[in-house]
Design a protein around this ligand. Structure first.
Ligand SMILES: *Cc1c(COP(=O)(O)O)cnc(C)c1O
Length: 389
């Protein structure tokens, strides 16, 4: 028998995650369940599929095990779905809409998804308006009752770490008859559970802190209600074949066992770095929701528990050239895109986003890993000095 810890008594999510819901392999009693690779499943003599597994494109047990951990972490009543990437997960939500539907999305958001909305989504007949979602009056003015079907948020959002009030945005979306979806990649369920604040769908680039080791591309959605829209999304994943493969699902499952440890450490380190960098003579500005001077600090204090996330950005004294030179001089940080791994990364965002980016050109984005905080600070300090030398 498979044990499900959840049915026993109220356990903290960190306990459930550490044991991946307490599942034990029924055949060997192994504490790590095997990776299920079969693409097909035997049918009963009476033609039924009593196991609930028919074919690997919709059905994989390893993927389902990882989904059950994520559903628990997000308190998702309707469950979770894993996709082959964060982009596959996000775009499935938009593809579940109908031509002519109106969407409101943030002006500053994950760059690749913003480009997809501007190009592919419009080809599908979706109308998208971009607003500063942290300004609730702009959001209110942008939703069109009866026409707007989806409000998309990202909080904290790339790369300024803008905070949007999920509860207030949900009220605005719902009053207009729209659903609210939240890209919660940078908060993670350790700090924020959007579904408990009124969101209908939560999305993650599981590539980032959920897996945490920069070795899996994966995406996830989790939903509050098992309604027609959630079933449309399941149909999109099944039809387009966007399910996460079993080997990736296994790595993600292993990563999520240590999610709380990593996220708490990374967020504590990010806060300490933000505080010290705010006093650095070569740093013009630190963008981090944990700092009282950040415009989203008060909302972040309400909707984020136990920390403000592992992401921060700095604007460097001396502009773009000094920022690029600073990044050139890091020794411990890795100069690379992406975020949420155990290794710290630094990136000059404007140059990767290209023309039309709303990202300030003097901005360096920092993803905080699990290295020693003092080592990270010392590396940034020497790189800033060398970059201005
Ligand atoms: C990385 C990322 C995505 C896209 O995820 P992929 O797994 O790279 O497709 C979406 N949103 C945010 C906030 C991200 O950081």
């Amino acid at each position: 028998m498979t044990q499900d810890l959840k049915t026993r008594r109220q356990l903290h999510p960190r306990s459930l995650a550490a044991q991946a819901m307490g599942k034990v392999d029924p055949l060997t009693r192994a504490v790590v369940p095997p990776i299920h690779v079969s693409t097909t499943f035997v049918r009963d003599p009476d033609n039924a599929y009593s196991s609930g597994f028919i074919y690997g494109r919709p059905d994989n047990e390893t993927t389902r095990e990882a989904e059950s951990v994520l559903a628990m972490l997000e308190e998702a009543q309707a469950g979770a779905l894993l996709f082959a990437s964060g982009m596959a997960a996000a775009t499935a939500v938009f593809q579940a809409l109908s031509p002519g539907d109106h969407i409101v999305a943030p002006k500053v958001m994950y760059w690749a998804l913003r480009s997809w909305l501007l190009t592919e989504a419009t080809r599908w007949g979706l109308a998208v308006d971009f607003v500063e979602t942290d300004d609730l009056s702009q959001l209110q003015a942008a939703v069109k009752p009866g026409a707007t079907r989806l409000v998309w948020l990202e909080t904290p959002s790339n790369p300024l770490w803008t905070i949007t009030d999920i509860e207030a945005a949900a009220a605005i979306a719902h009053a207009a008859g729209a659903r609210l979806a939240v890209d919660s990649t940078c908060a993670s369920p350790v700090h924020t559970r959007p579904l408990t604040l009124g969101a209908d769908i939560v999305m993650h680039a599981a590539t980032k802190v959920l897996n945490g080791h920069s070795d899996v591309i994966a995406g996830a959605l989790a939903a509050r209600e098992d309604d027609a829209f959630w079933n449309r999304i399941k149909t999109v994943r099944k039809g387009q074949g966007g399910i996460l493969g079993p080997f990736e699902a296994f790595l993600l499952l292993r990563g999520m066992r240590t999610l709380h440890l990593r996220q708490e450490r990374q967020s504590a380190s990010a806060l300490a770095l933000a505080e010290r960098l705010a006093a650095h003579p070569l740093v013009a500005r630190v963008l981090y929701p944990g700092l009282p001077q950040h415009p989203g600090h008060d909302v972040a204090r309400r909707q984020m528990q136990g920390g403000f996330g592992y992401m921060l950005s700095i604007q460097v004294v001396g502009g773009e050239a000094a920022a690029v030179r600073t990044a050139a001089h890091v020794e411990l940080y890795k100069r690379a895109t992406s975020l949420g791994g155990v290794e710290s990364l630094i990136e000059h965002r404007a140059s990767i986003e290209g023309s039309g980016t709303p990202c300030p050109t003097d901005l360096l984005r920092l993803s905080t890993g699990i290295e020693d905080t003092q080592d990270l600070y010392a590396d940034l300090d020497q790189a800033l000095r060398a970059g201005h030398g």
